[in-house]
Design a protein around this ligand. Structure first.
Ligand code: SF4
Ligand code: SF4
Length: 105
């Protein structure tokens, strides 16, 4: 027996609609990826201003920052970014730094 084909327009409309949905889904996924990349924090620790007090390391809730030896500092250490991916951009480090030595964007 021959296959019955519905003569109404809905069959083709729904096919197109499904294609559109797939395309929209792909675009949304791409946008989400872009957003994640764009939203990654940029942390700048000033070599000139950082005294190595360690406050930023203590206040960071996700352990993004750490101290590394630096003999040019009075404290013998300087802050550096050890795990950028964990940064939530909470800004605590920037706000708490007494020397305005750290900037988060
Ligand atoms: S709080 Fe500021 S001065 Fe202190 S270690 Fe961190 S960046 Fe350096
Ligand atoms: S912005 Fe928040 S999470 Fe990121 S390094 Fe500073 S204190 Fe840590």
């Amino acid at each position: 027996m021959d296959k019955l084909v519905c003569p109404c327009i809905y069959g083709s409309v729904s096919r197109y609609f499904q294609k559109d949905l797939k395309m929209i889904d792909t675009v949304v996924k791409e946008k989400k990826k872009e957003k994640v990349v764009k939203e990654k924090a940029v942390i700048d620790v000033s070599n000139r201003l950082c005294t190595g007090c360690g406050i930023c390391v203590d206040v960071c809730p996700t352990e993004v920052l750490s101290l590394v030896n630096d003999n040019t500092r009075v404290t013998g250490v300087i802050a550096y970014v050890k795990n950028l991916d964990a940064c939530t951009k909470c800004m605590l480090c920037e706000v708490q730094c007494p020397d305005f030595a750290i900037e988060v964007n």
